[in-house]
Write a protein that binds this ligand. Structure first.
Ligand code: GLN
Length: 544
């Protein structure tokens, strides 16, 4: 029987529950156990595909094409495993299954009720994931904060599982301890309240991860222990850190892994976090930096800059930079400002490499095209991702092939030169407003042309990468683009679709229709990001 660890959050959102979950997984994995993780999102949305990245953060995509929460990305990066649709549960998914089953007469005439039928479906899904993946531990992160109406049914599922398998279920509460400026002291009361709320749901936490700006001191550990009914050694200090990759190491300073194993009566094997420790050393000590500019649009929410919408790209840049023992400096460059004032594009000279990431809708598109043109002409290393590739093609068609009105039909449906367009079978679906079936999602094969930058980067000629887009390079224009020097470096063999383009006579100009960022791992940087950063470092040594 696998073991189940539920992770819930108290006090407020955004304190790093996802990373805490991934870190617990990392520790158990480092002790020789097989781990998987499930994210529960208490939304009615069936998946994250319909959510705005500014509101919800990045939409992560798995190999099987599930559009899910960015925490799945954290799990994949920390645990170095590929997850599937079984690792993602939303309220919408659960209700959809139960309702479909009811319509199919599968409840044999019984009254179908919120309790226990909804929690039962949640439990069924969790157990199914455990069975398919044949693992030792399933970590289940319950989204939201305890006390919310929205995640109650998931807590109910957790409680029911504990009742049925008392020896196989553990509860972790990730709480937050504020240090209000006017008081200057770390307060435990919100955590006490959070535990009460959890108790109301019939759950007693076994371990409390105390997130705070600073480490927890003894008096506070004691206080939480007494008021929250948890052994003192099970109150784990989780202070802010410079890099999230430090967290497993910090947890291990308090022997969290051994404590969990002891509770389950499992043998404590020696820990082996050596590679991870080496990485954290590099992260902390790297002196020389690499300056990368990200020309995007999903940054601003009110007065705050939101990095979450591009989290996998940011992590991929970091992984590749650390590989060269450098420290990344990432700059947010709003594409719209180049639209309003094209002269500003000159500032791109201040960066060693430029990324134009994916996106939907016309806002900022012309600004991104200006940025790409500048990188092409000024030989600044450039990496285009998804929309970034499509716009690199539009720019090249307009400014090198002389097709002045070239565009993607996403932005101009009557374009004279629709160099980026949807495939005919998608057109039919779009006409009927069946948007659901029109995205190319998940992993597809790509054949790489030998003797290209991509071939050298991957050191392979057949690869698989993840997609999330509707539009493609229109094959009618392939020849004219190639004639003018664009290299079609990667092709999907089944549908003959261009997946990677490159330019010669440029230190690094590569753009991909897929999203390489989803597959970068801290200890295994993605080959294209690695080569991009290598070119950026070279650019740095030329210009400084
Ligand atoms: N909007 C473009 C498309 O749908 C690009 C999508 C993306 O960048 N993820 O094809």
């Amino acid at each position: 029987m696998p073991k189940f660890i539920f992770i819930a959050g108290g006090v407020m959102s955004g304190v790093g529950k996802g990373v805490a979950t991934a870190s617990i997984g990392k520790i158990l994995q480092s002790k020789g156990y097989k781990v998987t993780a499930i994210k529960i999102d208490p939304y009615i949305n069936v998946d994250a595909g319909t959510m705005n990245p500014i509101e919800h953060g990045e939409i992560f995509v798995t190999d099987d094409g599930t559009e899910c929460d960015q925490d799945i990305g954290n799990y994949e990066r920390f645990l170095d495993i590929n997850l599937t649709t079984n690792n993602y549960i939303t309220t919408g998914r659960v209700y959809q299954t139960v309702i479909n089953r009811e319509r199919n007469l599968e409840y044999a005439g019984k009254c179908v009720e919120v309790v226990p039928d909804i929690p039962n479906e949640v439990i069924w899904r969790i157990k199914k994931t455990a069975k398919i993946t044949k693992i030792d531990f399933v970590l289940i992160e319950i989204g939201g904060t305890v006390g919310e109406y929205q995640n109650l049914l998931f807590l109910e599922a957790a409680r029911m599982m504990k009742l049925k398998h008392p020896k196989d279920v553990l509860f972790v509460l990730v709480s937050y301890l504020p240090i209000p400026r006017m008081i200057g002291e770390m307060k435990t009361k919100p955590t006490q309240t959070a535990v009460r709320l959890l108790n109301e749901a019939g759950i007693q936490p076994d371990i409390i991860l105390a997130r705070a700006k600073l480490p927890l001191d003894e008096p506070r550990k004691r206080k939480i222990s007494i008021f929250c009914n948890v052994q003192k050694e099970d109150v784990i200090s989780a202070p802010d850190v410079k890099s999230i990759y430090e967290i497993p190491i910090n947890f291990e300073k308090e022997n969290l892994g051994s404590k969990i194993l002891k509770k389950f009566d499992l043998p404590i094997k020696k820990r082996n976090l050596k590679d991870w420790e080496k990485l954290v050393k590099i992260i902390k000590n790297a002196k020389k930096s690499v300056k990368i500019g990200l020309v995007g649009k999903y940054f601003q929410t009110g007065q705050f800059t939101l990095m979450d919408s591009y989290i996998s790209i940011i992590e991929a840049i970091k992984h590749a930079t650390w590989f060269f023992k450098r420290k990344p400096e990432i700059f947010w460059l709003s594409a719209e400002k180049y639209e309003q004032n094209p002269k500003l594009v000159k500032e791109l000279k201040n960066y060693e490499g430029i990324i134009v990431p994916g996106g939907f809708g016309s806002r900022g598109v012309e600004g991104k095209i200006k940025a790409i043109e500048f990188c092409r002409k000024n030989k600044i290393p450039f990496l285009g991702l998804c929309l970034g590739m499509q716009l690199a093609i539009v720019e090249f068609a307009r400014n090198v092939c002389g097709l002045k009105e070239a565009n993607s039909t996403e932005f101009n449906s009557d374009s004279k030169y629709p160099v980026i367009d949807v495939m005919p079978e998608q057109k039919a679906l779009l006409k009927e407003k069946k948007y659901g079936g029109t995205m190319r999602l998940g992993a597809y094969t790509c054949k790489i042309k030998p003797d290209t930058l991509s071939a050298r980067a991957y050191r392979a000629l057949t690869i698989s990468e993840r997609h999330r887009h509707r539009y493609e390079l229109n094959n009618e224009f392939r020849e004219v683009l190639e004639r003018k020097g664009m290299v079609m470096a990667g092709i999907n063999p089944e549908k003959d679709l261009v997946e990677i383009i490159e330019l010669k006579n440029h230190p690094f100009f590569v753009a991909t229709q897929f999203h390489p960022e989803y597959k970068s791992r801290p200890l295994k940087p993605h080959p294209l990001f690695r080569e991009f950063i290598k070119a950026a470092i070279k650019n740095n040594s030329i210009s400084h």
